[in-house]
Design a protein around this ligand. Structure first.
Ligand code: KIV
Length: 278
């Protein structure tokens, strides 16, 4: 029975994407197309376009709430946006961010993940961190919580980093990110998300792991790509990061632009070399 309050927004026929499907896509070399969404209408747009994974990102603190960073986003905010995004989906796999400082201990992470999955209907949680979260990833996955580990640029660290900066340019930093990615896989993570690293490092991490590696500003050789929906629709004001492409520029509707993004990821037309970092 369809329990969505927005049945008119959902595709009725498509089989939901599973983690097994995403792993099979990695193995067959089929690119995984991902986008952020924060509500039912954009979720339904993305579902219709064939997006495989929808992320309710804590980027909502910036693009929806108008903040300068993601650190002001609360768990209640994420639960609310996850629930209303889930209401627009029938096929895409729903991943939701654990917000800043809600996973400082494994037990806190488990409680927060429980809220995102039970109330927010997320199928996976995304967590930012390196070596310090390996124990937490292990704990969550032991209890059956699918985890995406977010490495490279971790936006929740913006105040510590002094800005949104490319990571892993230095050889030692690159080795740390690669080693952390392997640790995440060993701890049970099902996906690694890699943000703003040199394209060469994106390729190395994807080649070294058997779980899918999704990139944003990580070059063309990761197993999938993710962007913020408002960025691909040209809605975000100001200077764009190098990896953003406005798919609305040549499209006559939101549906066409979103489907063009999916097609470009699948055909490897996006991202191109110029979208990557050295
Ligand atoms: O919060 C978010 O939207 C993200 C993506 C930019 C990957 O983490």
């Amino acid at each position: 029975m369809n329990t969505s309050p927005y049945p008119h927004l959902q595709q009725q026929s498509a089989r939901p994407v599973t983690l097994g499907d995403l792993r099979a896509m990695k193995n067959s070399g089929d690119r995984i197309a991902c986008l952020t969404a924060y509500d039912a209408s954009f979720a339904a747009l993305e579902d219709r376009a064939g997006v495989d994974v929808v992320l309710v990102g804590d980027s909502l603190g910036m693009v929806v709430q108008g903040g300068a960073s993601t650190t002001g986003v609360t768990l209640d905010d994420m639960v609310y946006h996850s629930r209303i995004t889930a209401a627009g989906l029938s096929r895409a796999f729903l991943m939701t961010d654990l917000p800043f400082l809600t996973y400082a201990t494994p037990q806190a992470a488990l409680s927060a993940a429980h809220r995102l999955m039970a109330e927010g209907q997320a199928k996976m949680v995304k967590i930012e961190g390196g070596a310090e979260i390996v124990e937490t990833v292990d704990f969550l996955t032991t209890y059956g919580v699918p985890v995406c580990a977010h490495l490279g640029l971790r936006p929740q660290m913006v105040h510590k980093l002094g800005g949104f900066k490319v990571q892993g340019r230095d050889a030692a930093d690159a080795e740390t990110i690669l080693a952390d990615a392997k640790r995440m896989e060993a701890a049970g993570a099902d996906i690694v998300l890699l943000e703003c690293v040199p394209s060469s490092l994106g390729a190395r991490v994807a080649a070294a792991l058997s779980i899918p590696v999704i990139g944003i500003g990580a070059g063309p050789d990761t197993d999938g790509q993710i962007l913020v929906i408002y960025d691909i629709l040209g809605l975000s004001p100001g200077k764009k990061p190098r990896f953003v492409q406005n798919f609305m520029a040549d499209a006559d509707s939101l549906d066409t632009a979103t489907a063009d993004y999916v097609a470009a990821v699948k055909s490897r037309a996006y991202p191109r070399d110029e979208h990557g970092f050295k």
